[in-house]
Design a protein around this ligand. Structure first.
Ligand SMILES: O=P(O)(O)OC[C@H]1O[C@H](O)[C@H](O)[C@@H](O)[C@@H]1O
Length: 547
């Protein structure tokens, strides 16, 4: 493929950005009464308003042409068809098969994977029902009250994010905990609150070699055995989730209690597999199935909707528009939902581990920007922290606002205030404050003359800052499934257009390698190997301070 930046459409986009550079969104709304209808769409219970973007019809059609020119539709179909699109690891990418509730076969090298997928789901269902009904007993005969997932990265972020998001569906009988960090404080502080007799550990690791997870799992096992004093207790308090069941068995987990998944499921795309077991335990298998259904609905939308009405495609193209043509380095995820507080962290892994790359699929360097820095916090908290920068800094930071229209189980007074704030923020970012309005405000506050001039620039809001708003009636399991799949496919589309492999993560390896060399050097008296001056100095410092 010719270089992206040499293509005509890329150059047309760059030229069009120049034309739009001085046009305001407010003016575009004034010129077109149908803009909100034209630049919004609904799919799978999600309503996307993308009208508050620095984009017009021509810009959108050029972006759609970019998608077509890079063969996005064929790339998408190749993913769904189980082709080896993870070219560096020679793997298919089939998280969509995990939620394929259609009954249609999905083949990897001619082999239909759906019977195995359904088999694991069925085993998960039986296990969940046993634990949730109290039929599954701990070693001393008591029912399980606490479920602790031990995993990190993709074996943690999805389950923790979804479990928190679906708090309204959480069984009152069970509490969920997540231990991920190797920092001993994480396991210590959680274990201190738990009763070993009523605690179930789910050790989740695709590779079952991850240092943090295995160390935390050993610590949890020691804690359990210190209380229950019988090696056989492990069988009723530990289950595992892994694509390497033999390694889980080696760790001492009863093979009957190991739930498998496959190498064609990337870690950050794995919450739909048995990695979702802590979700299913928390909210029940029916709700987990509804989550899968919601994701499948989004898969179908992505697979079949024309590009111009395709929500993941449009979100991807908007991201590319700002990243490559406006130089936006970062992208903010702003859920107006406390229960979605881990969504930004989840999307950090999904997006940054997928698209934080600088070489193309064939190894040539990318001479264009790829994945942005993803960050965010729930509103309204973020408003009182970093929104200053969103409104008045020199940075252009596209944002996604997310909100449920209904209060559901929450206080309606709180919810109306929440809604007022999320709508106000996107309005404020776009419209800013006109000079006339600011003058009038200062005037009516009695601030005049030199004092008015002194404050004017500080209090001015230039506006014209873009955002998307995603609205859904309620954050049900189905809507959440669709929402997550929407972002997965957005990331896929961007990676495809940037011609990068979104499904490997070699960038995390070097630090792991060096940590394994440094670990033995930390032992008292152990020689320190050859490092740069800073690393030598830090090693010597921590060794002397820890004596
Ligand atoms: O599930 P595991 O094999 O334990 O891997 C956990 C995580 O660690 C790795 O370093 C990768 O960066 C992640 O993509 C992965 O999700």
């Amino acid at each position: 493929m010719a270089n992206l930046t040499d293509s005509t459409v890329w150059q047309q986009l760059a030229a069009h950005q120049q034309e739009l550079a001085t046009r305001t969104m407010t003016a575009m709304f004034a010129e077109d009464a149908t803009r909100f209808d034209r630049f919004s769409l609904q799919a799978c219970g999600l309503f996307l308003d993308y009208s508050k973007n620095r984009l017009d019809e021509r810009g959108l059609s050029l972006l759609l042409e970019l998608a077509r020119r890079t063969g996005l539709e064929a790339g998408r179909d190749a993913m769904f068809a189980g082709e080896e699109i993870n070219c560096t690891e020679k793997r298919a990418v089939l998280h969509t098969a995990l939620r394929n509730v259609s009954g249609n076969p999905v083949r990897v090298n001619g082999h239909d994977v759906m019977p195995e997928v359904r088999d694991v789901l069925a085993r998960m269902g039986v296990f969940c029902n046993a634990v949730r009904s109290g039929e599954w007993r701990g070693h001393t005969g008591k029912a399980i009250r606490s479920v602790v997932n031990i995993g990190i990265g993709g074996s943690d972020l999805g389950p923790v994010m979804v479990t928190r998001a679906l708090q309204a569906y959480q069984s009152p009988e069970l509490s969920s905990y997540f231990i991920s960090n190797i920092d001993g404080a994480h396991s210590k502080d959680i274990l201190a609150t738990l009763d070993p007799e009523t605690t179930l550990f789910v050790v989740a690791s695709k590779t079952f070699t991850t240092q943090e997870t295995l160390t935390n799992a050993r610590t949890a096992r020691r804690w359990l055995l210190a209380a229950l004093k019988d090696q056989s207790a492990v069988a009723s308090h530990f289950v595992a989730v892994s694509s390497k069941p033999e390694l889980a068995a080696e760790f001492g987990i009863d093979p009957q209690n190991v739930f498998g998944f496959w190498d064609w499921v990337g870690g950050r795309y794995s919450l739909w597999s048995a990695v979702g077991l802590p979700i299913a335990l928390a909210v029940g298998m029916d709700n987990f199935t509804a989550l899968l259904q919601g994701a499948h609905d989004m898969d179908e939308h992505f697979r079949t909707a024309p590009l111009e009405e395709n929500m993941p495609v449009l979100m991807a193209l908007l991201g590319i528009w700002y990243r490559n043509f406006f130089g936006a380095n970062s992208y903010a995820i702003l859920p107006y939902s406390q229960r979605l507080d881990r969504l930004p962290a989840f999307l950090q892994q999904l997006d940054m581990e997928s698209n934080g790359k600088s070489v193309q699929r064939d190894g040539r360097p990318c001479d264009y920007a790829t994945g942005p820095i993803i960050w965010g916090e729930p509103g309204t908290n973020g408003q009182h922290a970093f929104y200053q920068l969103l409104h008045q800094s020199q940075e252009l930071i596209p944002c996604d606002f997310l909100v449920a229209a209904r209060a559901d189980d929450l206080d309606p007074e709180h919810h109306n205030i929440l809604l007022a704030n999320v709508i106000a923020q996107s309005e404020a970012l776009m419209t800013g404050k006109s000079d006339e309005q600011l003058r009038a405000e200062l005037q009516s506050a009695g601030i005049e003359g030199a004092e008015q001039e002194r404050l004017f620039a500080h209090k001015s809001f230039p506006g014209n800052r873009p955002s998307n708003t995603l609205v859904y009636a309620s954050l049900t399991p189905g809507v959440l499934g669709s929402l997550i799949a929407l972002y997965e496919h957005k990331v896929f589309c961007q990676g495809h257009i940037w011609n990068i492999n979104s499904f490997d993560q070699w960038g995390v390896e070097l630090g792991k390698q060096l940590a394994s060399l440094i670990l033995p050097e930390l032992a008292p008296g152990a020689p320190v190997g050859c490092h740069d001056g800073s690393t030598q100095g830090l090693l010597a410092l921590v060794k002397s301070l820890s004596k």
